[in-house]
Unconditional design. Structure first.
Length: 234
């Protein structure tokens, strides 16, 4: 039976985000021996179900197995509701195809080394892992668990504690170096806003050393990890 993979990302109108995702998918496809589609859930002229349907028509004229990998870092509404609804719609359209939604990327333990490598550049700094955050029950504890494994504290863009709150707390300590690593896959509006916020903080606190990491979707090892998931490697 033909095997196909679809990697679904949230999507963005940011040129840098789109370019980085395209680069990642090119690297992933080079390491997988079956057809792979990279698709946007939002921020695209082509709806997700339309893009996947065309992919199936091109590559699955006969019964096929399609695994869908949510390239999301938190188990929010998109992972728990939007994608299952899209898959149900596709299933009715392609009854000969077996669909499987894989665990969201953020649940995979392969991601921690990308973040640890960035933090390891300065072992004495106060570590902050900043994520988008979610108000959905059970989402943020996953980030807290990851941060604990990285010996870092957390800050969130959409929930509390916010980055402002976390930085204010550190100002009350003896910390002289802060290393902030974004828990984001690609560049875009939010990572750029975080960078601007940290620049302002650094200017207001000239005695503190500020280090800002990068979204990790551009790390070649991220493509390796995704390819391993799609191949079913342990």
């Amino acid at each position: 039976m033909q095997r196909l993979s679809v990697v679904v990302v949230h999507g963005s109108f940011s040129d840098s985000y789109q370019q980085e995702f395209q680069t990642l998918m090119t690297q992933v496809k080079a390491q997988v021996d079956h057809p792979v589609l990279g698709a946007y859930l939002e921020c695209s002229e082509v709806p997700l179900t339309t893009a996947i349907a065309q992919f199936l028509r091109d590559h699955a004229p006969e019964p096929a197995e399609v695994q869908i990998l949510p390239l999301f870092l938190l188990p929010g509404v998109h992972v728990r509701e939007d994608l299952p609804e899209a898959i149900a719609q596709l299933q009715s359209q392609f009854p000969q195809v077996k669909f499987q939604q894989l665990d969201y990327l953020g649940k995979d333990a392969r991601l921690a080394p990308f973040l640890e490598r960035q933090f390891a550049e300065n072992s004495t700094a106060e570590r902050i892992l900043i994520a988008h955050g979610s108000r959905r029950t059970g989402a943020n504890p996953e980030i807290e668990k990851l941060a604990q494994a990285l010996n870092a504290s957390t800050a969130y863009w959409a929930t509390e504690p916010s980055l402002d709150q976390k930085l204010a707390q550190l100002q009350e300590t003896t910390a002289t170096t802060i290393h902030l690593v974004p828990y984001f896959l690609f560049s875009g509006k939010i990572p750029k806003a975080i960078a601007a916020q940290m620049k302002t903080f650094a200017q207001a606190n000239p005695t503190m050393t500020i280090q800002l990491g990068q979204p990790f979707g551009t790390d070649p090892q991220c493509a390796v990890a995704i390819a391993q998931i799609l191949r079913g490697d342990p």
